[in-house]
Design a protein around this ligand. Structure first.
Ligand SMILES: [Zn+2]
Ligand SMILES: [Zn+2]
Length: 429
């Protein structure tokens, strides 16, 4: 019994949140000064649109972030963030069996609890006109011990999801996410416990995005070897996911042409998914010096309100942006017309029915150096240019009359600089 407790303590101590950006040498820069001019433009008004710079999935002192929620909001104002998504870790304590629990510092603990977290953030959200504050939770729904040869292999600790739009703390209290880990070896459960959790959040009106999807975990924490493949393999199996955080941590595999994200939207065309799979940008901010602009989402809003941000997320009217060279430009045109250029300029996320060859138009709001701009249809690059605007008439699509989705991928001058549009879907009359 004694040996078991010691093992249990070591195991629990070695559990971490497993977030990609977690820095051990955290340094908080005091925010005494409110910047008169923010680091970046928070909002552009363009042709009736309010284009708002947002960043999703950020942490506060409610989990392993180094700033209080108030401080984070001020940082957002200084850095030019108009929509701030806060999603602290759920894991407040881990338990071995029913009686042995150990705090790991997140929201779901006796000391904090969803109610306190929710009340605090929502009061802050009510006070703050800008940034608009969205409330969420980051969850690793299922962690287990897979193998034990002298050391143990902890799995699932980096399978993270952020959920949004749930305002009843009781829904979170009841969610089917594992808090109790047995001190025993278990089989890899596959995707099933994750599917159950995603479906629960969606059934309760929430939205779910997979976080840092390309990040595999191969780290040692005391005696516990965390080893897991990147969670992106779950994307085609989780049919009710709302979307994927494309920047900064899913550009290589999930967001490449024909990658996991495109496969998700091919599933949508084939009828396996009821909704498209959207992409956005997250910063996963924990502490400086990583800015809140590490991964941005630009929301194309009809009015500057929280409800409108949610409508925009649900309809895919957003782009994912990362890298300093891209920070002061936005997509000023992405449209598809029926045999001729469309009259609308911004058609992100729309579903169209055409009878002639699609005419795709794309433009950035200003000239920036780009390596390549790619037009992608159903996961394949069909056109490339290094100009910041183009028009392309897709005769092949008309020939095959295949249901299609088009998206644009802007590859900037630096490895991290990128813009991903959400797709426009085309069917035939
Ligand atoms: Zn994470
Ligand atoms: Zn995180």
């Amino acid at each position: 019994m004694k040996g078991k407790s010691v093992g249990a303590i070591i195991l629990l101590l070695s559990l971490g949140f497993g977030c990609a950006q977690l820095s051990l040498s955290q340094k908080v820069i005091p925010l005494n000064e409110v910047k008169a001019v923010p680091d970046h433009t928070p909002v552009w008004n363009y042709e009736g649109w309010v284009i708002a710079r947002g960043t999703m999935h950020n942490h506060t002192t409610y989990s392993d972030g180094c700033r209080t929620p108030e401080d984070l909001v001020q940082l957002a104002r200084n850095q030019g963030i108009a929509v701030l998504g806060i999603s602290d870790h759920r894991e407040g304590e881990m338990c071995l069996g029913k009686n042995f629990c150990y705090p790991v510092g997140g929201v779901d603990s006796k000391k904090v609890g969803y109610k306190k977290y929710y009340e605090h953030i929502s009061a802050l959200a009510q006070e703050s006109e800008s940034p608009i504050i969205l409330f969420g939770i980051e969850t690793a729904p299922y962690i287990w011990i897979e193998r034990r040869f002298g050391t143990v292999l902890g799995s699932g600790a980096n399978n993270h999801f952020t959920s949004w739009g749930i305002y009843d703390p009781e829904i979170y209290e009841r969610m089917p996410a594992r808090k109790i880990m047995e001190w025993k070896v278990e089989k890899n459960p596959g995707v099933e416990p994750y599917e159950k959790w995603v479906n629960y959040i969606r059934d309760n009106g929430g939205l779910v995005f997979i976080a840092h999807a390309d990040i595999a975990d191969d780290s040692w924490r005391l005696i516990l070897h965390h080893k897991a493949v990147a969670p992106n393999f779950m994307i085609p199996q989780l049919l009710r996911l709302t979307g994927v955080a494309l920047v900064p941590d899913a550009m290589q595999e999930s967001a490449k042409p024909g990658g996991w994200w495109d496969q998700g939207n091919i599933q949508y065309l084939a009828g396996f998914r009821e909704e498209p799979l959207w992409g956005w940008g997250e910063s996963d901010y924990h502490c400086d010096p990583t800015p809140l602009n590490y991964g941005n989402t630009y929301f194309y809003l009809k009015e500057f309100s929280r409800d409108e941000v949610f409508r925009t997320i649900k309809s895919g009217r957003m782009i994912a942006v990362s890298g300093e060279p891209m920070m002061e430009t936005y997509v000023s045109e992405f449209s598809i017309g029926d045999g001729k250029p469309a009259s609308e300029k911004i058609m992100l996320g729309q579903r169209l029915k055409l009878s002639s060859a699609p005419v795709i138009r794309f433009a950035l709001s200003k000239e920036i150096p780009v390596q390549e701009i790619r037009l992608i249809r159903n996961g394949k690059i069909i056109y490339k240019t290094n100009k910041t605007n183009f028009e392309y008439r897709d005769e092949d699509a008309l020939k095959d009359k295949m249901q299609s989705f088009y998206r644009v991928d802007v590859v900037g001058p630096e490895p991290r600089s990128r813009i991903f549009t959400n797709p426009i879907f085309v069917a035939w009359k």
